[in-house]
Design a protein around this ligand. Structure first.
Ligand SMILES: NC(=O)c1ccc[n+]([C@@H]2O[C@H](COP(=O)([O-])OP(=O)(O)OC[C@H]3O[C@@H](n4cnc5c(N)ncnc54)[C@H](O)[C@@H]3O)[C@@H](O)[C@H]2O)c1
Length: 440
């Protein structure tokens, strides 16, 4: 197909998506009705931190004709740093005038309105709201994992995923192992039965932990929690959701289903100070699937201990070992190697996500509907948190239907988040046996 036809097809596709999006949306889709931008795909970045800036870089590094036209962040300094980095690297591909830079809690909707494709990369608590708005406005989406932090958020993402399907809007979720060749090839072989039925497995994210952003004297409680978001569940979901979702998602992908129940144990053993908010630093859970198989999952943030981030699966005919360092190995029960993926010379999956998304959009196709598995693997991590915090066995359906939103009633800099420190600056931490996950 020649270049012109491709462009025409893509314009028609964006128009079709917009028409499906409904007549109320026509005025808010800038691509509609004119093609005066030489078929440039306009992108907006919502959440201009480390990963958002990285994802925008990957989008702008694809071979397609893209421009970053709008940016939104809760904080001006974050937006400015990201804009500076991206402008230096991509020069005229970054075209964000002052009136396309939006700051604050309501910034996202204004930036979404100016783009064809939006990158959602704030802390995950806001993802359901931002995703809903992007699909309402008829935009294709790249959104980072996890996609929510509580059951009401998951229900919103699942409902929005259905809308996206109806409107044929492509959605890629940043569970980049799904776009990594060793995982794709090894898991295809597992699904083809090379190691038999999967009866068990182990998935890990054990590491030394992440950053802390210390409290500053002039900050409101809301600003402090927004900056130091990793340690507050309404923003992060705990590290079992925020980070370990990657490995949990591999378990679900390999099994081709989601657990029917989860039980586990966890605590704060190492990170006990007030700067660590309310989250645990270790969780060990068992994911039980409908066929009776059990996958064991462990995640911890302890400095000075073994680092392990990988996945192992046991089948009736053999075993598999996978990791993000491009490893993908399958053996039979006699120890014979059935498959060994080359670790050298592999594409960067963070880049592949964007290469594939923008290729699809450029061709006017509809191929990416990651939101559903993104939501269900995120929910698996959330149920893990409900299980370790409460010490109860949690059933999938009960958790999915729980009415336990963590989001504050009001989003302003003076508003109070639901979780507040005591007079010593310490936050309440869930105690198994006493913690009611249904009301949390
Ligand atoms: N796929 C991966 O391997 C990977 C790696 C790192 C981070 N992530 C994910 O990316 C997301 C962002 O992580 P990060 O490391 O970039 O964090 P970050 O703190 O560097 O950036 C988050 C940005 O979002 C902004 N923000 C927060 N709430 C907002 C709101 N309501 N509206 C607008 N902006 C808002 C913050 O001010 C900040 O600039 C998280 O969900 C994280 O889990 C994914």
């Amino acid at each position: 197909m020649n270049k012109l036809n491709l462009y025409q097809q893509r314009r028609d596709f964006l128009k079709t998506s917009a028409v499906i999006a409904g007549s109320t949306m026509l005025s808010s889709i800038p691509f509609m009705g004119h093609s005066s931008v030489n078929d440039t795909i306009k992108i907006a970045l919502i959440g201009c931190g480390g990963r958002g800036t990285g994802a925008a870089s990957q989008a702008l590094s694809t071979k397609f004709n893209l421009q970053l036209v709008a940016m939104a962040d809760a904080f001006r300094d974050q937006l400015d740093n990201s804009h500076k980095d991206l402008s230096e690297k991509f020069k005229d591909k970054v075209n964000v005038p002052e009136d396309h830079k939006f700051v604050g809690f309501d910034a996202y909707a204004k930036a979404i309105a100016l783009a064809d494709v939006v990158i959602l990369a704030t802390s995950p608590g806001f993802r359901p709201i931002h995703f809903e708005e992007a699909i309402k406005q008829g935009k294709h989406v790249f959104m980072e994992k996890p996609v929510a932090v509580d059951a009401p958020g998951i229900r919103k993402v699942l409902a929005t995923a259905e809308e996206a399907k109806k409107k044929k809007l492509n959605v890629v979720v940043g569970l980049q192992r799904r776009y990594q060749k060793n995982y794709r090839e090894a898991i295809k072989r597992i699904h083809d039965g090379e190691i038999g039925d999967i009866v068990g497995g182990q998935v890990y994210w054990n590491s030394g932990g992440v950053w802390v952003r210390p409290r500053k004297p002039d900050q409101t409680e809301m600003e402090y929690q927004m900056r130091n978001w990793f340690y507050f569940n309404w923003l992060c979901g705990d590290h079992i959701v925020e980070q370990h979702v990657h490995n949990i998602d591999i378990a679900n992908w390999v099994k081709g289903s989601y657990p029917v129940s989860i039980q586990g144990t966890g605590s704060r053993a190492w990170r006990t100070g007030k700067e660590y908010g309310e989250i645990y630093d270790n969780h060990s859970i068992e994911l039980t699937y409908a066929d009776g198989s059990v996958i064991y999952s462990q995640c911890r943030h302890f400095e000075g201990t073994q680092n392990r981030v990988d996945e192992t699966f046991f089948g009736t005919k053999g075993k598999a070992y996978l990791s993000a360092s491009n490893t993908g190995k399958l053996w039979d029960h006699q120890g014979n190697l059935l498959f060994n993926h080359p670790t050298k010379g592999q594409a960067n999956p963070y880049q592949t996500e964007h290469d594939e998304l923008f290729e699809t959009i450029s061709k006017g196709e509809y191929k990416h509907w990651d939101a559903e598995y993104g939501a269900k693997s995120t929910l698996t991590g959330i149920i893990g948190r409900y299980a370790t915090y409460s010490g109860q066995v949690i059933k999938w359906d009960d958790a999915l239907n729980a009415d336990n939103s963590l989001m504050p009633e009001t989003l302003t800099w003076d508003a109070k988040p639901k979780i507040l420190p005591n007079e010593n600056g310490l936050y309440p931490v869930a105690q198994p046996g006493l913690f009611h996950w249904e009301k949390a």
